[in-house]
Ligand binder design. Structure first.
Ligand code: TRP
Length: 361
């Protein structure tokens, strides 16, 4: 986390408040550049905005309390992505065990020509969960997008990244959008409507349950319009030791990423989780074809927050994320159910990962 993120307001980081306000669907957009290589940032501080902050935070608290109060406790994966969480996620992608990033990069490098032949040049490139924007940037030279729209839940991180990209590609008009697509999201009016290419790499769709994934893909279908398309990456089923290592690297970065969610929850909920009393667990659930990430209590403990508490016995777990693994057939069926026609699929040489191009049907 950069020093500027550490500004505190009582027990909360100011950034945490901003994160909640900004991460709301279409609450905020900043137009960046438009060929001028300049960034305009407006952090409006009027009363209505402050009230919006407040209600976002109470909604998050309600959601967190509901999850923690269930018999099988859970925390929604979107809470991974505070400033530190986004940086830890970047580091996961650099670990030896997390093959996903390299397998996908291999596909984009090997098949760049075929991908741009399928997608056509100069699309409106809409990067869903853009993170640091690096994956989309690798497509810029072949796709030559007429506009690049970076969408992410972690807005401040996104703005810094897109600011850097804009300096590198001054001729591509760029826009950042703070949105959470685990809910409905709307793209702002200044996003071009024609030839939208939604880009959803990294197997992020695998972090939804199959039902939620179809709902999410249908929202993408609605957002891309009748002349739009989707370029999407998913991880393929493989032997469980490889999968489990990818989600439990030797350096402990994925463990830190998982544990960091408790710090974020503490900041939002004023709870008193002690990170030292939890450990990271990842296992492949073959029946459901998904990696499950949990946090396991290493001792019996009471966790409290204003107005509530939860007792955890040693060994009890909090479910934090699923990462579903697909077969090509299963995934293309899911796309067809969501209103897309899959015209092309590519895999890496070792067949670890799959990228599909699907146009609106
Ligand atoms: N969606 C990717 C995956 O499931 C990336 C990801 C999300 C991830 N959360 C993660 C990777 C936690 C490692 C750990 O693989």
């Amino acid at each position: 986390m950069l020093p500027s993120n550490e500004v505190t307001l009582g027990r909360h980081s100011m950034r945490q408040y901003l994160w909640f306000w900004l991460s709301s669907p279409a609450r905020r957009t900043d137009f960046i550049g438009g060929g001028m290589n300049s960034m305009s940032v407006h952090l409006s501080e009027n009363r209505r905005d402050r009230e919006a902050f407040g209600s976002e935070i109470s909604q998050a608290r309600r959601e967190l309390v509901a999850g923690l109060s269930q018999k099988a406790a859970r925390i929604a994966p979107k809470y991974f992505y505070n400033g530190l969480g986004s940086r830890l996620f970047e580091a996961i992608c650099l670990t030896d065990e997390y093959y996903v990033t390299r397998a996908e990069a291999e596909i984009f490098a090997t098949h760049a020509g075929a991908i741009s032949a399928a997608a056509g040049t100069q699309p409106t490139l809409i990067d869903l969960g853009a993170g640091n924007g690096a994956k989309a940037a690798r497509l810029f030279s072949t796709l030559r997008p007429r506009q690049y729209v970076a969408v992410d839940i972690s807005v401040e991180f996104l703005e810094q990244a897109v600011g850097r990209l804009q300096a590198e590609y001054p001729h591509i008009p760029m826009l950042t959008v703070g949105a959470d697509f685990s809910e409905n999201f709307a793209l702002p009016g200044d996003v071009e409507t024609s030839r939208r290419l939604l880009f959803y790499p990294g197997s992020s769709i695998g972090n939804f349950t199959p039902l939620e994934a179809v709902q999410c893909l249908r929202r993408f279908r609605a957002a891309c319009g009748d002349d739009g398309a989707l370029l999407i990456g998913v991880d393929l089923v493989k032997a469980s030791p490889l999968l489990e290592a990818a989600y439990d690297d030797a350096l402990g970065i994925t463990a830190a990423f998982n544990l960091n969610v408790l710090r974020h929850v503490n900041a939002l909920l004023h709870s008193d989780f002690d990170v030292g009393h939890w450990r990271h667990r990842a296992h492949f659930n073959e029946d459901q074809s998904r990696i499950e990430m949990h946090l396991e209590a290493t001792k019996t403990q009471l966790v409290t927050w204003p107005g509530g508490a939860r007792h955890f016995v040693r060994g009890e777990r909090i479910h934090t994320e699923n990462s579903y693994k697909f077969t090509q057939r299963g995934f293309t069926t899911m796309l067809a159910q969501s209103g897309f026609e899959v015209t092309h699929c590519w895999t890496d040489a070792a067949q670890r990962f799959l990228v599909c191009y699907a146009r609106a049907q």
